[in-house]
Design a binder for this molecule. Structure first.
Ligand code: ATP
Ligand code: MG
Length: 159
């Protein structure tokens, strides 16, 4: 269905606002996509965004910042990203992070709950929709996960 992109990101923010407040984590929405409305599977994309935000929250210490970005790539894909100022992921784990049940260093996440499925599910949903997902991270600095989605003709209405 036609989805307002900024509204979709604001709704994610709303769903997590209580947890954000509890951790004193700030959110920033930086959306300047060349399209404002796109034909998206809202439920599927919400699932991806919720997984990414829940990771960002879980792996970011109190007082951190989570930034959601929307943009359109040079080749006309919608790109959405979630960046945090959290603990980051060691380089050696980056290759495997989207695998099912893969979690970094059990000691560091043992008390944080989770099964290691969030990212693999996110990748599966993005793939089904014809997009791709990738992750950039620097240890102790933060992590940014970006995914792309094709925009069809209806999705190209400009603001
Ligand atoms: P689940 O999502 O099933 O509750 P999970 O969060 O551990 O569990 P994934 O979302 O698949 O599983 O993430 C896999 C692993 O990648 C995590 O255990 C964590 O070690 C690392 N990770 C994911 N996102 C981040 C992030 N934003 N910052 C730091 N580490 C992350
Ligand atoms: Mg997760």
């Amino acid at each position: 269905q036609p989805v307002d992109i900024v509204e979709m990101l604001e709704d994610v923010e709303d769903r997590f606002s209580f947890q954000m407040q509890q951790k004193n984590v700030h959110t920033v929405i930086d959306a300047r996509p060349a399209v404002s409305v796109a034909m998206l599977d809202r439920d599927g994309i919400d699932q991806v965004l919720d997984n990414l935000i829940s990771n960002a929250l879980k792996y970011t210490p109190d007082g951190g910042t989570i930034t959601m970005e929307a943009d359109v790539t040079e080749d006309g894909m919608l790109s959405l990203s979630v960046a945090d100022t959290g603990i980051g992921i060691p380089k050696k784990d980056l290759d495997r992070i989207f695998e099912r049940f893969y979690r970094v260093d059990k000691a560091r996440t043992r008390y944080m709950g989770g099964t290691g499925l969030g990212l693999s599910i996110a990748r599966e949903i993005v793939r089904v929709h014809g997009g791709s997902i990738y992750l950039q991270s620097e240890l102790e600095k933060g992590t940014k996960v970006t995914f792309t989605l094709p925009l069809n003709e209806e999705g190209r209405e400009t603001t």
